[in-house]
Design a protein around this ligand. Structure first.
Ligand code: UD1
Ligand code: CA
Length: 475
């Protein structure tokens, strides 16, 4: 809807957020599903394509400004100091946009669930009714803490009264102010100039613009949000977890509608940037974070965490923790597998139970089936790494590389002391400590020969007087 493109969006994010009780993280930088609250708000509003997207910052502004600079180079910030209320915040922002005409949208940095679709609906009502102010409201079960939308007998909006300034009759109203508005910029400037601090908090309330416009005879409209939860404000960590749950419900349902099988939405957490193709399956207890992608036919979980990991078509990832890994088509991972950054599993490769792999490539069809560590290694195609093999990549000071060719059979319990290479088709004997390169086709043996000492046990039993020592001493 290009005709309702706003001239400016102003995001209010200067408040301290004392109810979060955080000494480290400003309220609007707390995260839900891989994005900060402020990041969600900026993303939803960026899609409206405003001429200006301005964030009002104040408390912990260096941190918030740095975050925004990294997030979106076209966001501008305005400093509000001191923070004298939401009305004051908008005054400060508009002072930086003296030429601005047309529609101004004001949103709150602590309302992360609001969608672009609802903002578009608000703008459409604003445009259609020719209003000076259009408030986004919602009817909620528990209105405690929110400003209430007061209407006259005809149903027209009269004013917004903050919870703290409300009497019992007003507190009984279940229609709340979301804090989100569309304004005509010229009318907004007029009303902002008339705000007073005559309220319980002694602040300039943006919400008072509604009453001022109504008194001046301007059109005041309201758009009641279809999904009340979208306007939820997050003031403390209880509300943050509630918002995270609601957002996750939405994200999971979107994937389900797009063809992803999610067995247990309650225990499946999917960051907003994650991409999942149709016909992928997520078992209970999965957390998909960051830039993770899951291709068609892949089966992930139960109990798997994927961070910035790529899962190929028809791969299976079972009870695994994977960070920055690439899992190839039809590859198999798990159970109890830790894949660290730089791991690349080729087509139909396997990283099995109690296996840790870091910065290593496994070629097509190669397998590390059991109880192994592989670090800084390149393994060719169709090779098998026997159980309990360790790539000894670290000498206490430096990391070294290991190269293993195609069709290699590394025997169980081999120590591959890097830097070392094993050529195509070579074998290593079980229990070997391989410190020298093994040429193609050779068997590398690096272990002491076994000897059997006949009758040793009986002799030992006979000579020891202390039963606690039996069998402990070396011959
Ligand atoms: C505000 C609204 C209330 C509404 C609720 C919705 C006012 C006066 N009240 O109340 O009607 O129901 O949101 O969640 O507008 N901020 C600034 N500068 C300031 C003060 C606040 O930028 O000087 C920012 C905060 O960082 C925050 C947002 O504005 O992101 C809302 O402020 P907050 O103190 O949380 O307002 P509420 O009490 O929740
Ligand atoms: Ca709030």
């Amino acid at each position: 809807m290009t005709d309702s493109r706003p001239a400016a969006v102003i995001v209010l994010a200067a408040g301290e957020g004392t109810r979060m009780r955080s000494a480290r993280t400003p309220k609007v930088l707390h995260e839900l599903l891989g994005r900060t609250m402020l990041g969600h708000v900026v993303a939803a509003n960026r899609a409206l394509e405003p001429d200006h997207l301005v964030v009002v910052v104040g408390h912990a502004r260096e941190q918030v400004q740095q975050y925004l600079a990294d997030l979106d180079a076209d966001v501008t910030t305005v400093v509000q100091e001191p923070q004298n209320g939401t009305g004051h915040a908008v005054q400060v922002a508009l002072a930086e946009l003296p030429e601005l005409t047309g529609t101004v949208v004001v949103v709150l940095g602590d309302a992360p669930l609001l969608t672009t679709a609802t903002l578009r609906d608000l703008l459409e009502v604003h445009r259609r009714t020719g209003a000076a102010t259009t408030v986004l409201s919602a009817v909620v079960d528990d209105a405690t803490g929110y400003g209430r939308v007061v209407r006259d007998v005809a149903g027209a909006v009269v004013s917004i009264v903050e919870h703290r300034d409300a009497d019992d009759a007003v507190r009984a109203i279940s229609e709340i102010n979301s804090g989100v508005f569309a304004f005509d910029s010229a009318r907004l400037r007029e009303a902002l100039a008339q705000l007073t601090t005559d309220n319980v908090q002694g602040e300039l309330y943006l919400t008072d613009v509604v009453g001022l416009h109504r008194s001046a005879g301007h059109v005041v409209s309201a758009h009641v949000a279809a999904a009340a939860y979208e306007v939820m404000g997050v003031n403390d960590r209880v509300q943050l977890s509630q918002a995270r749950r609601l957002l996750n419900d939405r994200v999971v349902a979107e994937h389900q509608r797009a063809g992803v099988t999610v067995l247990d939405p309650q225990t499946t957490w999917i960051d907003v940037q994650v991409r999942i193709e149709a016909d992928a399956t997520l078992h209970p207890g999965c957390q998909l974070h960051g830039s993770t992608t899951v291709a068609a036919g892949a089966v992930v979980g139960p109990d798997t965490t994927l961070v910035d990991t790529e899962v190929g078509p028809d791969a299976t990832v079972l009870r695994a923790h994977c960070v920055g890994a690439v899992i190839g088509q039809a590859a198999a991972v798990g159970p109890y597998t830790y894949l660290r950054p730089g791991t690349r599993l080729g087509r139909a490769a396997k990283a099995g139970g109690f296996v840790e792999i870091k910065a290593s490539t496994l070629g097509e069809g190669s397998k590390v089936p059991h109880l192994s560590y592989v670090g800084d290694a390149v393994i060719g195609a169709r090779s098998n790494i026997g159980a309990a093999t360790v790539v000894v990549n670290y000498d206490g000071r430096d990391k070294h590389r290991t190269t293993i060719g195609d069709d290699v059979r590394v025997g169980s319990d081999t120590m591959l002391v890097a830097p070392v290479s094993v050529g195509d088709g070579a074998y290593t004997a079980a229990g070997s400590v391989i410190t020298e390169d093994v040429p193609a086709g050779a068997l590398g043996v690096g272990r002491a020969r076994q000897r059997n000492i006949d009758g040793w046990v009986a002799r030992r039993r006979g000579t020891s007087t202390d039963p606690a020592n039996q069998g402990d001493e070396q011959p």
